[in-house]
Design a protein around this ligand. Sequence first.
Ligand code: GLY
Ligand code: MN
Ligand code: MN
Length: 485
Amino acid sequence: MRYPLSIACFLIAFAGFGQNSDLPSDFLNKGFHKERRQKLRETLPPNSVAVLFANPVRNRANDVDFVYHQDPDFYYLTGYKEPDAVLFVFKEKQTAANKSSYDEILFVQPRNELREMWTGRRLGDAGVKDVLGFEQAFNNTEFKRYNIDFEKFDKILFFDFKNDVRDNPRDSSDLYDLISQFKMKVKYPEKSSLTLTPEPQKQNLDVKGLAEAMASLRGIKTKEEIEMIKRAVQISCVGQVEVMKAMKPGMSEREIQGIHEFVFKKYQAEDLGYPSIVGAGHNGCILHYIDNYKPNITSKELILMDLGAEFHGYSADITRTIPVNGKFSQEQKQIYELVLKAQEEAMKICKPGTPRQQLTIVCREVINKGLFELGILKSETEKHMYFPHGVCHHIGLDVHDRGGPNLEENNTVTIEPGIYIPDNSPCDKKWWGIAVRIEDDYLLTKDGYEHLSTFAPRTVKDIEAMMKMPSALDGFTLPDLEKKN
Ligand code: GLY
Ligand code: MN
Ligand code: MN
């Protein structure tokens, strides 16, 4: 798009556009990100450099892009939330042409008054120095000319390139260009795939080691991160509680989703950790059901609600399953209590040293035994058919966060058993359409865990009691829309 000169002149008046006094001041501070870069540096092999790129901007349709979300590794190490950037973390100090020394550099998108008026404020190189505390920060337009002797490194660690990076022909230093320039600088062997060959043809390029290093860092949460995760969890629990109070037959899945997400926004959660899952009746049997389109949920159904607020980058992941009419039927209660028992058994071994996989094994034992006793499972070959997923993953900047296979102090994880009995399953039809998942979030302590999501009721008794409480939405109505014909 072209802009008339008069608009361009007018925009020059917005010299202070990059400053934003409306921003919340409780994000992770620059000291956190700097310390995380230092920790990464400590894990790097001698004579190496780690290189991380910002996430691409993804297109939604035509000239509308998806809301930009930074790559979590990049955010963790920089605090930078804008696109078209690249970070270098050097193991050893490097010497610049002017003899100054440095061990990290960030290249970012430049300030641009015109673009900022359309798409939002940018920090630019000066802002990155000031706000994020980088000593060496440059506009990405400098990257092409910036001289780094990559041949001298024994290892250049980076993630293999994403395959959905688009070139903006009007921008010669966008992510696509930064990657192309980087490939030229390191003599990336374009014709062979680094991921398909066991050894990269160029010996100092390493596309594997960085994932391991980031997992060992990000799996162990710092005090500041734990505060963020606790906030995301609390917010998500309030959403579950408000829905329990507001739930009525005849509501739509979309409306329930909206109540949760309104609560998230009310508490200033910027985003969702993942698309919200709100499935009534047999829709709950679809593990990642995100259509949420059933218009009228009926009195006798259960509704499975798996939602997590993302607060300042950190996600909760909580599931509650409740009866639409406020009271579990006998069959619903039997299934619910079996899932709850599996979760309670897994909680007993939730402590440092336990392999995460072990929690799934324990839940499977409880659920298989219970389903045999109820006559729902009839043979060994049917085992796991109603419970096809694992129960424990890390949460953090990603809802399925990086982290190790064994539980460690200061991990934040889920325990989420479930039973899903689709219509036409080979069991008595009184069980059909029952889907239950119970998912809670935990912080691993020295010898056990802190259960973070207790604010959202979890037992049959507590859920039924909460559903009797008055709701702020009682009597809330909106006008009918005009009907055509
Ligand atoms: N909400 C996705 C999951 O529970 O893993
Ligand atoms: Mn989960
Ligand atoms: Mn979940």
